[in-house]
Design a protein around this ligand. Structure first.
Ligand code: SME
Length: 163
């Protein structure tokens, strides 16, 4: 049986991410399957923190197009062009983007009106190629800080080892 995902909302963020990293490597031990990695990482983050939307947009046309991949939460948009919205900006610039207030981000794509803040982290493979972005939406303003950037970048480092 798989382990139960703990509720980590009241745990200090760095400690919470350390626990999730441990669970991620335990559950994915021996796997090099990118889709399994995306599904598992989404489930861990979503249920540990109670986010609104947690998941991956995959690069389906390098430099041009992202398409929704494994996620948890309400329905996400299907396709996002590079350079558009928070996800497209992160993909085009290959950098983590933290948006404390989505309403103040020009070009933000609202898939769910309850979204208030967002973080998007680029995901690269072993060859250093961009394969996806990890997108997390919160109903709370200013939900993401430095500990989230560090923790999420460590979690997506799994993909640079997997494929
Ligand atoms: N808000 C994102 C779009 C994806 S969804 O919120 C699931 C953006 O601006 O890129």
């Amino acid at each position: 049986m798989e382990p139960v995902i703990p509720d980590l909302r009241d745990v200090p963020r760095d400690e919470a991410y350390a626990r999730l990293l441990e669970m991620q490597s335990l559950v994915l031990e021996g796997s090099t399957d990118v889709i399994a990695g995306m599904a598992t990482t989404s489930a861990l983050l979503h249920h540990a923190f109670g986010h609104l939307w947690t998941g991956f947009y995959r690069v389906v046309e390098p430099g041009r197009l992202l398409r929704v991949g494994p996620y948890q939460g309400s329905l996400g948009c299907q396709d996002i062009a590079f350079g558009r919205g928070v996800c497209g900006t992160s993909a085009a610039e290959r950098r983590t983007v933290v948006v404390p207030d989505v309403h103040a981000f020009p070009g933000h794509i609202a898939c769910d009106a309850r979204s208030a803040s967002e973080i998007v982290v680029p995901v690269t493979n072993v060859h250093g190629e961009l394969i996806a972005v990890l997108d997390i939406d919160s109903p709370v303003r200013n939900a993401f800080g430095d500990a989230d950037v560090a923790g999420l970048e460590q979690l997506v480092a799994w993909f640079a080892r997997a494929a």
